[in-house]
Design a binder for this molecule. Structure first.
Ligand code: PMP
Length: 392
């Protein structure tokens, strides 16, 4: 049997239509399949490989750590240098309210941790999330999902969850003294890159503070530079009570975290003790990779280049078939007439060696989230392939 046949037979499938590219290797902004075909990656494994594939600093950090130790103990018990150094560097670039990092393995787990933390700290159980939000596929995160079609078969989910409309200030009145937390993506990703309107985040912050509700920012997609700032909250002049990160923070290794103040986070370690634990959270290889990613982003000033690269994309992506482009930094959605047109263009781009994708909740928009190290030449090539697909 071929690998493809074995993949389809034995690896659990997430849909009947996997992309099924057979990857041989990946380097920088490129993937290579088993036939040797080269693909320019414009989606970074869905906003993960922000420094490209196998960034040398990340590879070196993993190799060095590999020679020392891998898993030695469940999260929280032993002092492990990669974890401590990453928590130290990360908190040094965060405001004084966000100084305690709880490491987990994924975005959904960061959200699960934030939900439990908010319930425990506030002694409330009601949660508010937004329509078209995506926070992960586990039961708690799924309870916050803003799309009924994906939730329905899995009910009952968490009780006491309300979904409100993003960018609708009137809806903020539904946040009350009974709300434990509001969970929000500062820029909605899977909705197809929906930016908050002027002042919405400030009003949200204000309402949460008034009602002593914890504000949780899901920066799993926006985190670490993608939007032109290290974190998206910096664009909007607000600071969340809990910050969730994952995806891009460890250069392709599995790592997530939820971050809060000492006062909030300390409630998780008592009454009961060990009320929230994880075996692999903060895995030393992942944290070593994470440290290399953050160090590289900060020292190479990669973030300073992002808005210029965004503008280069925008200047080249002009075509009558494009209805709208929504973007913040290198997090972009190109909207077409309908799903059929979008799918045709995406298929054509992939066929021509440029990987693009759509969004979970916005099937007529094309996802562009390239590694932030992408060069001007690569951007020009990518845009030429997209325009070519639109003309064909
Ligand atoms: N939050 C957001 C905003 C996401 O985009 C995702 C993943 N697409 C998640 C959470 C869940 O992350 P993971 O798949 O690592 O569980």
């Amino acid at each position: 049997m071929t690998q493809r046949e074995l993949f389809l037979k034995h690896v659990a499938q997430t849909s009947p239509f996997p992309l099924a590219l057979e990857i041989e290797k990946a380097e920088g902004c490129y993937l290579y399949d088993t036939s040797g075909k080269q693909y320019l990656d414009l989606i970074s494994g869905i906003s993960v490989c922000n420094l490209g594939h196998r960034h040398p600093a990340v590879v070196t950090a993993i190799k060095e750590q590999l020679d020392k130790y891998m898993h030695v103990m469940v999260y929280g018990e032993y002092i492990q240098s990669p974890q401590v150094r990453l928590a130290h560097l990360l908190t040094s670039v965060l405001p004084s309210q966000l100084q305690r990092v709880y490491f987990v393995n994924s975005g959904a787990e960061a959200i699960e941790g934030a939900i439990k933390l908010a319930k425990k700290f506030t002694r409330r159980h009601e949660l508010i999330a937004f329509k078209n939000a995506y926070h992960g596929s586990t039961n708690g995160a799924l309870s916050l999902m803003g799309d009924e079609r994906l939730k329905q078969p899995f009910r009952p989910l968490l009780p006491g969850v309300q979904l409100i409309e993003f960018n609708n200030e009137k809806e903020l009145e539904r946040i009350t003294k009974h709300t434990a937390a509001v969970i929000v993506e500062p820029i909605q990703g899977e909705a197809g890159i929906v930016l908050p309107s002027e002042n919405f985040m400030k009003k949200l912050r204000q309402r949460c503070s008034e009602t002593e509700t914890l504000l949780v920012f899901d920066e799993v997609q926006t985190g670490y530079g993608r939007t032109g700032k290290l974190f998206a909250y910096e664009h909007y002049g607000v600071i969340p009570d809990i910050l969730c990160v994952a995806k891009g923070i460890a250069g392709g290794m599995p790592l997530g975290a939820f971050i809060a103040s000492d006062t909030i986070m300390s409630t998780l370690s008592v009454n009961p003790e060990l009320g929230h634990i994880t075996t692999f959270g903060g895995n030393p290889l992942s944290c070593a990779a994470g440290l290399a990613v953050l160090h590289t982003i900060l020292t190479q000033k990669l973030i300073n280049e992002i808005t210029r690269k965004q503008n280069l994309f925008l200047s080249l992506l002009k075509h009558p078939c494009i209805k709208e482009i929504r973007s913040k930094g290198l997090m972009m959605a190109i909207e077409f007439e309908d799903f059929e047109q979008n799918k045709k263009i995406i298929d054509c781009c992939i066929h021509n060696g440029v990987i693009v994708d759509w969004f979970l909740f916005n099937m007529k928009s094309m996802r562009i989230a390239p590694p932030i190290i992408i060069s001007d030449e690569q951007i020009k090539h990518a845009c030429a392939v997209i325009i070519n697909a639109l003309n064909s």
